[in-house]
Design a protein around this ligand. Structure first.
Ligand code: CS2
Ligand code: MG
Length: 409
């Protein structure tokens, strides 16, 4: 089965997505997600201009060899653009291999290790009453684990909090990438945040009880000692995890956080290689691996990374916001079902508009996700629908401290 063509489809049903579609000489097609929020066209060009010409004529079944060929053969390796492009090729080739075998992909990864993948959703509120409405809406929508993000008194807009609760909290249409000529700028005050967040979890726990798994995303904004302080302050509320407590490039910083708190730590959504986790895993500094299949080189690389994480007692927490396409979400679900050290799956739920373009077969019921038994990844791309949503450049916000200093968003 040779590769006959490799084309990208850039579409914007509510937000931008880049998808790679590989077609074989036998007419089998495979899809791969290549979406990098705010830098989509860089990956589109990497694929169209530098990778697609190398794929035509290759044996579609040589998934590992193609991965190594594109990773080592590029010479300039790793980084978000390279690894998103490589991920898309890898997902598409696995999709083809599983379709040719007449099996859902997870069967080729060792079969099911569980009946479903526990999902978590994004509850948010500018204040506690609004947050409570959002938590209730997510419980009604079937979630059994919920991320809590809240407004901060004195700050106009905060990561993870929708500017409005259109639909009464049912939909969390928080799309941070804005189609503006320049990135929107937000103001941040870590001390105000550190004072406020523990009070919110106190309120959530007293309203919703001790059992509900609660997660929180620090979104890279704290220094190590500030993250240690928050982790310690949140211990009474028994979080499932505190995510991105501090920028992850400084892996050793997690050692200081670990010394001060038993709150479980998750990190890695901005990582793109297993090498980004070496110290974090060897020294048991994290509990959950947050990478997305789309940003870490695909299924081949993620399976190796998650197997390595399992040796150090860490579990999966694959990244699943709406800027991971349904193709990337499906790839995550096939891994979630098959691996032994599954932790939890982020599931923000794509909009109806997005699902017009990407025809999915995965299901969500009783708090659990399942990839479906459709052969392959189980997602089809409606190219006519995709053409109805032209690309619009969109930037993620830039964050500044209240004195104007650029900070992590
Ligand atoms: C967030 C992401 O889901 C999360 O944990 O960190 O939504 C992140 O903000 C986006 O992927 C950025 O594009
Ligand atoms: Mg995050």
């Amino acid at each position: 089965m040779k590769i006959e063509s490799a084309e990208t489809v850039v579409t914007s049903p509510g937000r931008n997505f880049v998808t790679l579609r590989i077609t074989t000489t036998d007419g089998v097609t495979g899809l791969g997600d290549a979406t990098l929020n705010g830098r989509e066209l860089a990956v589109d060009s990497y694929l169209r201009d530098h990778v697609a010409p190398l794929l035509v004529g290759r044996d579609a079944g040589r998934v590992e060899d193609t991965w190594q060929y594109l990773y080592r053969g590029a010479y300039w390796r790793r980084g978000p653009v390279t690894m998103a492009a490589l991920a898309a090729v890898d997902m598409a080739l696995w999709d083809i291999k599983a379709k040719a075998a007449g099996m859902p992909l997870y069967q080729l990864l060792g079969g099911a290790s569980r009946t479903g993948a526990l999902a978590y959703g994004h509850a948010s509120g500018r204040d506690v009453p609004e947050l409570f409405d959002s938590v209730r809406a997510h419980l009604e929508a079937g979630y059994r684990a919920i991320r809590i993000q809240t407004g901060i008194p004195g700050l106009d807009s905060v990561y993870g909090v929708a500017a409005s609760t259109a639909g009464g909290g049912q939909r969390y249409d928080y799309e941070p990438a804005r189609p503006t000529a320049l990135p929107v700028e937000e103001a941040w005050d870590t001390r105000a945040y550190l004072r406020h967040v523990p009070t919110v979890f106190e309120a959530v726990r007293s309203e919703f009880g001790p059992e509900l798994p609660l997660l929180h995303d620090g979104h890279h904004r704290m220094t190590p000692i500030q993250a240690a302080k928050l982790g310690k302050a949140l211990e009474p509320y028994d979080l499932f995890w505190l995510e991105d407590a501090t920028p992850g490039e400084d892996q050793a910083a997690l050692r200081l956080i670990r010394q001060h708190t038993t709150t479980p730590l998750a990190i890695g959504e901005v990582f793109n290689s297993a090498h980004d986790y070496t110290l974090l895993l060897q020294d048991r500094l994290i509990d959950y691996v947050r990478s997305a299949v789309t940003h870490t080189g695909g299924i081949t690389a993620m399976k190796k990374l998650l197997d390595m994480a399992g040796h150090y007692g860490a579990k999966s927490g694959i990244h699943g916001p709406t800027d991971i396409s349904p193709v990337g979400m499906a790839a995550a679900l096939h891994l979630d079902i098959a691996i032994h050290n599954f932790g939890i799956q982020e599931y923000m739920r794509h909009t109806p508009e997005t699902l017009e373009v990407f025809r999915t077969s995965y299901t969500f019921a009783d708090g659990l996700l399942h990839p479906s038994d459709t052969p392959g990844l189980g997602v089809e791309l409606d190219t006519e629908a995709a053409a109805r949503f032209p690309y619009r450049a969109a930037y993620l916000p830039v964050n500044r401290l209240t004195d104007g200093t650029v900070h992590d968003w």
